[in-house]
Design a protein. Sequence first.
Length: 311
Amino acid sequence: MYEPVTDQKSTTPPGKVLDELQISNFGLFGATWWPCATFEKLRIVTYLSIWLFTWDDEIDHSDGSLCDELGAAQVYRNQTLAYMRYSLGLDKRDYDPAITNRIILNFASIGAALKKSYTLEQRERVYDTMQFFMRMSEHEQRLRLSGTVPSVEDFWRYRLGSSAVPVCLAFNEYSWEDMNLPREFHEDEDVKGIKKYTNTIVSTVNDLLSLKKEIRRGAIDSLIPIYLYHIGDLDIAVKEVVAFLAAEIKGMDKAAASLFRRYQTADEVTKRQVKEFVDGCRHYTTGNLTWSLETGRYGVERVGGEIVMTL
């Protein structure tokens, strides 16, 4: 089996992409997103975060090798899905030797860990979220290359997948000990709502705090530039985004309270797993904020204890 590359320098060539990866403090990312994981599981989910950022930067970063190459990016996506099916044990055949991209192959240790710990149903859920990620990544790239500015509604249609938060959510159960919630749990409307709110909260915080970085590299496919394009006033655009964020937080708390009420008569093991699953989603949102404020990737500035963004 292919052994993953652990030295990022041998995977990503020198340049802005590598520079941003090296100042991202992924140790803090893993510790804040998955604070209750054992060390071995924390190692795997942190690898996952590094892998996702590295994978996405190839397409989404202006200095990524596939940023303007839609055809090559599609090959990259398709090969990623094929290798994931192999590494998750969803295909009996060996992986295609034509897949030589080192970023794709670095999923090996993550897939091996899931094969060891996850049921077939859980691994299929991981793959399904990755398919969604790939489809929305393609949609986002096509839109960016066309120069079209989407409506806020259209933005959320693809961003809920291209953010990769659903992929991270598929590892929520893995990060806890002995968690295996049934299919009907994941099909519950409150659970779907909690996942969606986790996604929108994480994505909105990222767009707020990475605004200066995005402007510096000429990216307009994030919330505030899109609001600004349609509203025409930066202050109002920021206020709209902040108000949206506050409403999503309230929505998540409401969905969690409803879910807990429905499971209050369940057995103790089930109640514990339900609580831990929701706690995990909340850790994603609070951990993402903590990491975003500290990482050098976004370069958040503080003056007198307040966050200041000079555009």
